[in-house]
Design a protein around this ligand. Structure first.
Ligand SMILES: [Ca+2]
Length: 477
């Protein structure tokens, strides 16, 4: 055993000569707190007035907050962008990923994608993921094939927090330690995943670490803790049930921030907080008898109609409108980055990969990275965003944004054979309500051409079919 450990240590030092040459202070730890379906303005520091989010607000005071941060329209592509620094399509993430580890078919993010965990692990970091993966559940894929030393949590997109079953269709149990299925019935999932993260922080406090904590909340089912429901007794639905989910999420973020403080790690740890997409307005109930979870037919588990606050913006999860893709984001690294700062320039989920590598003095992998380091923008509120044009795509739907203009289209024809296309302006008094297509034919043509070039670029390397649907999946959210 000792021999194996020695060999492992030797191989790490051989592949990461830089690791031994840099001082500990130049190798800060990284913690990513990724929330799930937390809407555009859904923390008080982002403009909501009716929420109780003391911990996210506390992070904003010790860090830099972004008002124009873009993740993606749904879970899978947001996670691919964050972990690879690239457009999700480069890793074949353009349709829902394999759901159940035991399934015999499904899509998975390509294993030759290089994740942040892989790069940091090679540089000597300890890496762990506690929470939700959602980039393909196949046993030969998954977190531990993509650079994470440890994984505990959900391989797919959501679970009931107490019985840990995925609830769509016939359902299946989804709780894993690596690729070993584990059973912890009646234990509240956010609590057990965060406890794992807290233990990791205590154990790894003396070595550089990358801790990725992708929460499965405030995503449905809306099972907030009772102690957080009391804040919202007078709030109307659907805001009430959603708001208490946000507060439960915030409380677990607080546990992690407290642990960093207790372990004296706050000054040497970069904390990134962001959401994967806008708020959900999905409603679901169990449609069959004898559901695998044990819940009866008719049991509701959706987002109760929504409840997110997008302010003047419109849209929700699953759309390319601002309310679908613009989410809260904060980065904190007290000794080196501005505190209580606000930045209005565009940043994207893909930008954190190169930003972290720059802050940690780790070389970028030799491949196309679509994100740009956010450090110029973080350090200077007047610096221009490196993103002149933004591209988003999910299944047949796409959008391209340049300046205040956004063209939203789809490659899937309507019943009459025409392709959906709408042009929006973010500077309109009521942004994105009006379709400006008719009066701007040249602009539409040019933006459409930009999107076509984007597709040629990201699908050029035999990434499989652009869109592959699970025939059992009726809804595209
Ligand atoms: Ca999500």
């Amino acid at each position: 055993m000792n021999h194996c450990l020695t060999l492992a240590a030797l191989s790490v030092s051989l592949i990461s000569p830089r690791a031994s040459n840099v001082k500990a202070a130049d190798r800060p730890n990284i913690v990513i707190l990724l929330t799930d379906d937390q809407g555009t303005l859904d923390a008080n520091c982002f403009g909501s007035k009716d929420l109780h989010t003391p911990n996210i607000d506390r992070l904003a005071k010790r860090g830099t907050r972004f008002t124009q941060s873009y993740s993606h329209t749904v879970c899978c592509p947001a996670r691919a962008a964050l972990l690879t620094g690239r457009h999700p399509q480069r890793g074949a993430v353009n349709s829902w990923m394999q759901s159940d580890m035991h399934a015999t078919s499904g899509l998975n993010m390509k294993t030759d994608e290089v994740t942040l965990a892989e790069v940091l692990k090679k540089a000597g970091y300890r890496t762990a993921l506690f929470g939700k993966w959602h980039l393909g559940a196949h046993k030969d894929h998954g977190p531990m094939k993509q650079g994470f030393d440890e994984f505990f949590g959900i391989r797919d997109g959501f679970i009931d927090n107490y019985n840990h079953f995925f609830l769509h269709r016939e359902g299946f149990h989804d709780l894993y330690e690596g690729t070993t299925e584990v059973f912890k019935r009646d234990e509240f999932f956010p609590e057990i995943m965060v406890n794992r993260a807290l233990t990791f922080l205590e154990q790894k406090r003396d070595e550089p670490f990358f801790l990725y904590v992708p929460f499965n909340i405030p995503h449905y089912p809306e099972q907030s803790l009772k102690e957080h429901q009391k804040f919202y007794a007078n709030l109307p639905e659907p805001r009430r049930s959603y708001a208490s989910m946000v507060t439960t999420t915030d409380a677990y973020i607080g546990d992690l921030l407290n642990k960093l403080d207790e372990c004296n790690l706050t000054d040497n740890t970069i904390v990134l907080f962001l959401s994967d997409n806008g708020h959900s307005e999905e409603d679901y109930s169990i449609k069959i008898n004898n559901h695998s979870s044990g819940y009866p037919k008719g049991h509701n588990y959706g987002a109760n109609g929504g409840g997110g606050n997008t302010g003047k913006w419109i849209g929700r999860k699953g759309t390319f409108l601002e309310g679908g893709i613009r989410t809260p984001a904060i980065i904190s690294y007290p000794p080196k980055l501005p505190k209580a700062a606000v930045r209005n320039q565009i940043v994207t989920a893909m930008d954190w990969f190169p930003t972290f590598l720059e802050l940690c003095n780790v070389e970028k992998p030799d491949r196309k990275i679509d994100g740009h380091s956010a450090l110029p923008v973080i350090r200077d509120p007047k610096a221009e965003s490196a993103h002149k044009v933004l591209h988003y795509m999910w299944q047949e739907g796409w959008c391209v944004r340049e300046g205040d203009w956004k063209l939203i289209g789809s490659n899937k024809p309507r019943k009459n054979g025409t392709l959906p296309l709408s042009l929006h302006n973010l500077a309109d008094k009521s942004p994105e309500i009006r379709n400006h297509v008719a009066e701007n034919p040249d602009l539409v043509k040019r933006l459409k051409r930009l999107h076509e070039k984007f597709e040629q670029d990201v699908f050029s390397k035999n990434n499989g079919p652009k869109v592959q649907r699970d025939p059992k999946r009726k809804l595209d959210l």
